[in-house]
Design a protein around this ligand. Sequence first.
Ligand SMILES: [Cu+2]
Length: 198
Amino acid sequence: MNPVQGVDQAFWYILGISGVLLLGITIVMIYFVIRYRRSKNPVPSDIRDNYLLEVAWTIIPTLIALSMFYVGWKSYVGLRDVPEDAMQVEVFGQQYSWIFVYDNDKETENNLVVPLGKAVKLNITSTDVLHSFYIPAFRIKVDAVKGMTTYAWFYADKEGEYDVLCTEYCGTDHSAMVGVLKIVPEEEYQRWLESDEE
Ligand SMILES: [Cu+2]
């Protein structure tokens, strides 16, 4: 599965459960406030020990929490498991731009071009301070740390242009540390890769 779908599924699943709980708890709370208000129910009943109820309210929320963990874990594994045929690009974060280096030593600034239909692995590091490499459209966000290589991957399945951002405050021009990801047809990519065009 494309990790974008995995992340979105986890998001909607957790949001959905949160919504159901919010509604359910609020409705029951409002009902109790009205039904058991002092004028209707002046003497509170003293209820003790309900074995079945206690087991139910322990087990059901545990299962719900575990199911959220499972959906989240699956999406995380999707983001970390790089397909073997992925092409690789080296990424350097620096104050204040992203540098991309290709197999043939072509180097670009703030301009990541990849061919349509390919899995792309980005090997990410920093030349100075902490940055964070972020492409919202592909749900990837990974720290760029000096002296360490982290990675992210995405499946370039839609032609177009997408934002590349730094999402870790890295200095005065952090907000200007913006690049673009261009997904283009294979032939156009090859032509670009061999050319001097940035
Ligand atoms: Cu930065």
